[in-house]
Every structure is written in structure tokens, then in C-alpha cells.
Design a protein around this ligand. Structure first.
Ligand SMILES: *Cc1c(COP(=O)(O)O)cnc(C)c1O
Length: 360
């Protein structure tokens, strides 16, 4: 068996030791004679798995008891609808920042339920920069302010947290959660699909300040009703048990790595190594403004776009997988989430250097 370096934007690479543990426990979890996939979600065994996952996530992110942590289904996309349904609480308007393709999708879904005020958009700048908050036009009666801290497709990341007061700040952290420490107390809601930095696709984590619960829209589907799900420890219906189990293994792995301070240091080094090489290469380019470059998703182009196919097939042969950019933007993209170490980035840079020397 050989495992390659996987730069996929999502579903993305998982830590190898986590996959090994899941393999070792697959048929017989902790001597119970069955797989974790085959257990009742209400059994004391599975409840202990879910409780440990929540406890470790709370510890890693410093999430206080003022927040509920939900493990739900339907990915971040289901939450695009859940957010207005749970948070409007009688209001008719919500504020959204538009910094790329995921912002656009969140806005389109919210428009089904309320009047969306786009506070700022970097579309005219081809989503290559984050508009400073001094230029945002907020509405006085918005129930919340939504933004996308890391745009997975464009590789654009906020280096700062917007001020939403007095409204609740809502963040789609799908592709940046757990990449570094974050002050959870600044947020009303943080949500993240699992398949970038947490675990298998399908699971979505919602961290919601408890004072925002209690008044969902009457039409809210039960599975998207945060109040109902919080009252039922995310088990109003059958939760994605295997996803929760694997997420728990990833959280334990993150603690072993030294937690989010250690991950931040490692991720900063990885990003610096890759952007540093790209900027100095004269052959590759990343167009995003320097202060807003993503630590997790690094899009880049080749000096000669006709070489893209050859670049990708050469990379594949060198054991570097999934470097093609999103189908909507083209070019290349290397996603370097927590599970990829500096060795993966060094292997990529080495291939890129060699390719540029041959073709540049
Ligand atoms: C991947 C992603 C999504 C969508 O996640 P799904 O699980 O496909 O619903 C939403 N927002 C961001 C920022 C993402 O990276």
C-alpha cells in the first residue's frame, strides 16, 4: 500500500494515524464485538464517543458553556438555510459580506427567507481582496451578520474578525476551523462542514451561543432546528455516528499535536513556504492580496496555461494528488489542511521547482 500526498480541497486528507486507528477498531470497537457503525446512537458506548468528541472540541477551541455544540448532517450547505430559519427571530433582514463563491451560495439560500443586505462585496476585485470593515454598509435592523472567514475556492482569508454588534456574528468556518486558535466569544454562531479539516463529509458542526436559541421560525425542518437539536444532544434523529467517531479521533490527534497553537505555527510555516516559493518563482503566481491569503487553500497559475495538463499528470506521477483548481475558476489549487505536514508542502515545492526548470 502506498499513500500519496492529497491536496484535495474536500473531502480532504485525514491524518494517517487516525485512519489506522479507525481501521484497527473497525470490526471490533474496544472489545465490544461490533463496529462503531453498528451501534445504537443511544447506547452508552456511542454516547461516550459523542461526549468525548464534544469535550475535546470544546477544549481545543476554548468553547464556554455559553455555547451549544451540535453535530448535524447535510454539510455546511444545509446550514445556509438553517441560519436564517434559526436566527431571524421575527426580523426581516440579515447582513452578508460577499467575498467569494461560498458567500454567494450562503446569500442565495438566505434570500429565500429574508431580505439580504450585502454589506460589502469584493466581486468587482475578482474576489482577490477582503473589503475593510470601514467600507461596509450595515443595516440597523439586521438579525445577524454572516461572513466566510476563508473562501475555499478563491483562497481568500480574513486576517481579522468583523464587528457585528449589536447583531450576532455568524461565520462559515468550513475550511479554516481548527487551523489556528480563534476567540469563540466574538461569535454568535460558528459552523463548519467536516470534510475539510475535521473528518468525513456529511457531518457539520454548529457552535451556537445559547441565548440565540429558543425562537426558530415555525417552518424550520426539525433536523435543522438548533433549539430542538440542542435539547436532544444532536440526537433528535439518528446522527452521523461514524462521522462523529472519526471527528473525535481527529480532535484527539489535534490535542496530541499540541492543540491549535501548535497547528497555527505549523500552518503558518506551510503557507509561508508555498507562497514564498510561488512569489519568487517567476513561473507560478498567486493573485490574492498578500494580507488576505488563505493558509489552507492556495490557488496558483502557471506562466503558460497550456502546460496545466502536463503539470497535473506529472504531479500525479510524483505522488501529488488533486492539484486542479475548482471547476469554476480553473488553474491549480493546493489545499494544505491540518492533516498535511510540512513534508507535503516541501514535496510539492520540489516538484514545482523541477517542473519550472524544465518548462520555464
Ligand atoms: C466546502 C464548503 C461548503 C460546502 O460544504 P458542503 O458539505 O458541500 O455543504 C460551504 N462553505 C465553505 C466555506 C466550504 O469550504
Amino acid at each position: 500500500m502506498s499513500r500519496f500526498y492529497n491536496f484535495c480541497a474536500g473531502p480532504a486528507a485525514l491524518p494517517e494515524s487516525v485512519l489506522e486507528q479507525a481501521r484497527d477498531e473497525l470490526l471490533d470497537w474496544h472489545g465490544k464485538g461490533l463496529s462503531v457503525m453498528e451501534m445504537s446512537h443511544r447506547s452508552k458506548e456511542f454516547v461516550s464517543v459523542a461526549d468525548a468528541a464534544e469535550r475535546d472540541l470544546r477544549e481545543l477551541m476554548g468553547i464556554s458553556d455559553d455555547y451549544a455544540v451540535l453535530f448535524l448532517q447535510g454539510g455546511a450547505t444545509a446550514q445556509f438555510a438553517a441560519i436564517p430559519l434559526n436566527l431571524l427571530r421575527g426580523a426581516a433582514r440579515a447582513d452578508y459580506a460577499n467575498t467569494g463563491q461560498w458567500s454567494i451560495k450562503a446569500i442565495a439560500e438566505a434570500r429565500k427567507y429574508c431580505d439580504v443586505n450585502v454589506v460589502a462585496s469584493s466581486e468587482s476585485d475578482r474576489f482577490l481582496s477582503v473589503p475593510p470593515q470601514s467600507l461596509w454598509t450595515r443595516s440597523a435592523d439586521a438579525a445577524y451578520l454572516h461572513y466566510t472567514p476563508n473562501e475555499t475556492i478563491g483562497g481568500l482569508e480574513f486576517g481579522w474578525i468583523p464587528d457585528a454588534s449589536p447583531a450576532a456574528l455568524v461565520a462559515d468556518m468550513s475550511s479554516t476551523i481548527l487551523s489556528r486558535p480563534v476567540d469563540v466569544s466574538r461569535f454568535g454562531v460558528i459552523y463548519a462542514g467536516a470534510q475539510k479539516n475535521i473528518g468525513p463529509a456529511g457531518l457539520v458542526i454548529v457552535i451556537v451561543r445559547k441565548d440565540l436559541l429558543g425562537a426558530p421560525d415555525a417552518r424550520t425542518p426539525a433536523v435543522l432546528d438548533w433549539t430542538l437539536q440542542a435539547a436532544n444532544a444532536s440526537m433528535y434523529n439518528t446522527p452521523p455516528t461514524f462521522g462523529i467517531y472519526l471527528a473525535g479521533l481527529v480532535f484527539a490527534w489535534l490535542k496530541e499535536q499540541g492543540g491549535l497553537d501548535a497547528m497555527a505555527e505549523r500552518n503558518r510555516c506551510k503557507a509561508e513556504a508555498l507562497y514564498g516559493y510561488i512569489d519568487g518563482s517567476g513561473f507560478y503566481a498567486n493573485p490574492v492580496e498578500k494580507a488576505s491569503r488563505s493558509w489552507m487553500n492556495v490557488p496558483f497559475t502557471l506562466a503558460d496555461a497550456s502546460l496545466e495538463k502536463e503539470f497535473l499528470s506529472g504531479a500525479r506521477e510524483a505522488g501529488l494528488l488533486n492539484l486542479e483548481g475548482h471547476r469554476s475558476v480553473g488553474g491549480m489549487r493546493a489545499s494544505i489542511y491540518n492533516a498535511l505536514g510540512l513534508d507535503a508542502v516541501e514535496a510539492l515545492v520540489s516538484f514545482m521547482r523541477d517542473f519550472a526548470a524544465r518548462k520555464g
